[in-house]
Design a protein around this ligand. Structure first.
Ligand SMILES: CC(=O)SCCNC(=O)CCNC(=O)[C@H](O)C(C)(C)COP(=O)(O)OP(=O)(O)OC[C@H]1O[C@@H](n2cnc3c(N)ncnc32)[C@H](O)[C@@H]1OP(=O)(O)O
Length: 520
């Protein structure tokens, strides 16, 4: 174990407080059927309902559900060299705040609160956030505040807004995360008591993050080869995601200034993560020298990159979201934060994920996709192995090793990426997320037979369900439009897709059917 000495104080990183990692379980409407309001979380009956409802048995959603409406992120830039090296964080934040509301056509005065995760800006970036707020055209009556839970800050912002919704102090809020690691550096621990050296745990809080990675690798026997293989996989998945346009929907293009080496300035539009190294090989990774201690195994290739970026997620109470005709992208079912020893900070997900799963009455096997932060390959691998998660379920579009890790942004970025991935997997979700409840009128209300996204031309399978005579489309405005405008053909297509009467070919340009309800 290695402690920070006075000579190495310059490399002390801020992100070293007793580590609290938060895990968000967002599993689209599939999880709706597990509504914790019906049975005590964790009971076996509660868990079985998931599978029963996959076969078309009953479950329910609640008007009090905290639902995710929409989310966007900027591209992630390499700090100090990449596309956002000259961009201030308020601009990054404003880009995503604006895009999220514009996409769903929501006026900012409908927001009850805005919370922004940030780590490095002074005062956790409170001033920066309010400036971004006004740059986005938000009225002064909408409040904004910031939160710093170190590398989980973007996720904590989401939990804070969700908590305010649950306590009914707001109906709708925006959860964001932002970081410029170009313009502010890690490594400024601030003013700390000299007594910290007398207290083992307090002293461990100033261990550099890279050394905590070495500690995890040593203590749990995660070899250099394993770490490099994990890093390679992260790079390959991210490169594939870029090639297939998987990030296109989530990235907000940002026009900004870029200063070249000769001091000349130009305008650039940034819409691509610039840290991904498609040409990464195991041999290349194997040649890299340890970055944090001479005989260590943590390198520039198997560590997260120091980065700039922002993300924003709009969430609300289902009842309020429905009144506003907004789409429902996912449901927040559980969240957990658990403290771990500061010298092993990266093991957080291995204890926080089970805590969140227990709350939701789920097991690892029930979850389709995990987004686990890749602060370092050592800790990410440890968590995956400890929890027995099949590797193919983890970060299917790569993680922070390939994409970068703008500290305060990453948690919110992961939510955006996760929900887009689940939306892309709409086909399988189609079979799993039906629920039935009695509406006030006594008709049976099928809630969201389909919550995934279908691309034009893509077909769905055929879940076993009744044939609904009438569809009321919620979610993407095009659903409303097709029904309200009496476009029978489009409405019929929506119904057919949802009911799965026959595999249906969606008409060109009508591919985005996300969220609908129908009655029969
Ligand atoms: C809770 C939490 O999340 S804690 C985590 C908080 N975040 C952190 O602590 C950040 C961790 N990461 C770091 O500190 C930095 O990325 C470091 C120190 C590991 C590396 O920083 P840098 O040296 O600036 O990285 P850089 O990108 O320049 O790469 C260094 C070298 O490795 C090479 N390299 C990096 N990735 C690869 C790769 N995939 N394949 C081959 N070579 C690679 C680069 O080409 C470069 O080589 P060069 O020096 O010949 O040009």
């Amino acid at each position: 174990m290695c402690y920070v000495t006075a000579e190495r104080a310059e490399c002390v990183q801020l992100c070293v407080l007793s580590h609290l990692i938060a895990i968000l379980v967002v599993v689209m409407h599939r999880i709706k059927i597990l509504s914790g309001h019906l049975r005590p979380p964790g009971s076996s009956e509660h868990r079985r309902d998931l599978w029963r409802s996959e076969c078309g048995c009953a479950g329910s959603s609640s008007p009090d559900d905290v639902v995710v409406v929409h989310g966007r992120r900027t591209a992630v830039g390499k700090a100090k060299r990449g596309a956002f090296k000259d961009t201030t964080p308020d601009e990054l934040l404003s880009a995503v705040m604006t895009a999220v509301l514009t996409d769903v056509g929501l006026s900012p005065d409908k927001l009850g609160d805005v919370c922004v995760g940030n780590v490095l800006q002074p005062g956790a970036g409170a001033l920066m956030a309010r400036v971004a707020h006004f740059l986005s055209g938000f009225p002064e009556t909408v409040p904004v505040y910031t939160v710093n839970r170190q590398c989980s800050s973007g996720l904590q912002a989401l939990f804070n807004i969700a908590g305010a919704i649950r306590s009914r102090s707001i109906d709708l809020g925006l959860a964001c995360g932002v970081e410029s690691m170009s313009l502010r550096s890690i490594g400024e621990p601030g003013d700390l008591s000299s007594r910290l050296t007398d207290n083992d745990k307090a002293r461990d809080c100033i261990i550099p993050m890279g050394i905590t990675s070495e500690n995890v690798a040593e203590k749990f026997g995660i070899s250099r080869e394993q770490q490099d293989a994990f890093a390679l996989s992260s790079q390959q998945k991210a490169a594939r995601a870029q090639d297939t346009g998987a990030f296109q929907r989530e990235i907000v293009p940002v026009s900004t200034r870029f200063v070249d080496a000769d001091g000349s300035e130009r305008q650039v539009t940034v819409d691509r993560d610039d840290g991904v190294r498609a040409g990464t090989t195991l041999a290349g990774l194997g040649k890299l020298r340890p970055a944090f201690k001479p005989d260590g195994s943590t390198t520039a290739g198997n560590s997260s990159q120091v980065s700039d970026g922002a993300a924003a997620v709009l969430i609300g109470r289902r009842s309020a979201v429905e009144v506003l005709g907004l789409p429902v992208l996912g449901v927040l079912r559980a969240s957990a934060v658990v403290g771990v020893p500061p010298d092993l900070m990266g093991i957080g997900p291995a204890v926080a994920i089970p805590a969140a799963l227990e709350q939701a009455g789920l097991t690892v096997a029930d979850i389709d996709v995990f987004e686990i932060n890749e602060a370092f390959a050592s800790q990410a691998l440890y968590c995956v192995e400890k929890l027995g998660i099949p590797l193919e379920k983890v970060n299917p579009n790569g993680g922070a090793i390939a994409l970068g890790h703008p500290l305060g942004c990453t948690g919110a970025r992961q939510v955006v990426t996760l929900l887009n991935e689940l939306r892309r997997r709409g086909r399988s979700i189609l079979h799993e997320q039906r629920s039935v409840s009695k509406s006030a009128a006594g008709s049976r209300r099928f809630s969201c037979g389909f919550l995934g996204q279908l691309e034009p031309g893509q077909t769905t399978g055929r879940p076993e369900t009744c044939t609904p005579p009438r569809a009321v489309c919620v979610g993407q405005r095009r659903h409303h439009e097709c029904v309200q405008q009496g476009d029978e053909e489009a409405a019929e297509t929506v119904v057919s897709v949802a009911a799965g009467r026959t595999p249906v070919r969606l008409p060109e340009g009508r591919g985005e059917y996300v969220g609908m309800e129908f009655y029969c």
